[in-house]
Design a protein around this ligand. Structure first.
Ligand SMILES: [Mg+2]
Length: 247
């Protein structure tokens, strides 16, 4: 016999305010800057949004490199593993026009996304500034944030143009956003679904949180190894995690 699920109102009543959270909750009281990846981090990986982008990437490669679609998919993954993003590989090896690629791959249906009031409340409770740090483009980020009704909660979006098209996990990407924003890494926390993207953040002194996934993209590729020390915390539910940390 399963216990009955709590109603949203009941769950809301049980939620602890920050000063009621127990001592064993993850301690984020040092954090003043909250840095979030976008895709598969601020929305759930299971809703098919990023799958659409990946499919559009394959379509783009097939047309751009004049390959059958299955060969284009293989090439897409090779470039991703070697260069951090498929776009970076296309730019470095095939002189791809970045803006053309970005507008094509992000032309997707966002109908599966709607306002996320629980995440919105959890984000709003965080003290300090909030940022989006994405290897995608600003227009895509803005559309996602608008659909989730989260846009008003963020102080800035750092996109692939902000980091000179040198994507996470390249160290230069992190140096660029720290220099541009003035955030203190030791007073920052970064949330990401791709574990290898947390390694440079941890090296700078940020507190790192992995949105744990069994999907292939969550595991580290050959660009760098991820050790236990690179990941301070892991969770499968961003909203619940934020609701339970000490702030
Ligand atoms: Mg992501």
């Amino acid at each position: 016999m399963f216990a009955p699920m709590k109603s949203p109102a009941s769950a809301e009543k049980d939620r602890k305010s920050p000063d009621q959270r127990p001592d064993f909750s993850p301690d984020f009281r040092h954090v003043k800057s909250w840095i979030f990846d976008l895709d598969n981090t601020l929305y759930c990986a299971g809703n098919g949004i990023f799958a659409q982008i990946e499919s559009r990437m394959t379509d783009y490669l097939a047309a751009f490199l004049k390959l059958p679609r299955d060969c284009a998919r293989v090439r897409q993954k090779e470039l991703y593993r070697q260069y951090g993003t498929t776009l970076n590989g296309l730019m470095r090896e095939h002189a791809c026009d970045a803006e053309d690629y970005l507008s094509f791959v992000h032309d997707i249906d966002l109908g599966a996304l709607g306002p996320d009031s629980a995440l919105s409340a959890a984000l709003a409770a965080l003290p300090g500034k909030r940022f989006v740090f994405t290897n995608g483009c600003r227009d895509h980020a803005q559309r996602i944030l608008d659909r989730l009704d989260l846009a008003h909660l963020f102080d800035a979006v750092w996109d692939i143009r902000t980091i000179g098209f040198a994507p996470k996990p390249q160290a230069s990407a992190y140096d660029a956003v720290v220099a541009a924003s003035g955030v203190n890494p030791s007073e920052s926390a970064m949330f990401e679904d791709i574990a290898r993207n947390l390694v440079p953040a941890r090296a700078l002194g940020m507190t790192t949180v992995w949105l744990k996934t069994d999907a292939p993209w969550g595991n580290h590729g050959p660009l760098m190894d991820v050790s236990a020390g690179d990941i301070d915390h892991e969770t499968e539910n961003l909203t619940q995690f934020l609701q339970n940390i000490r702030i």
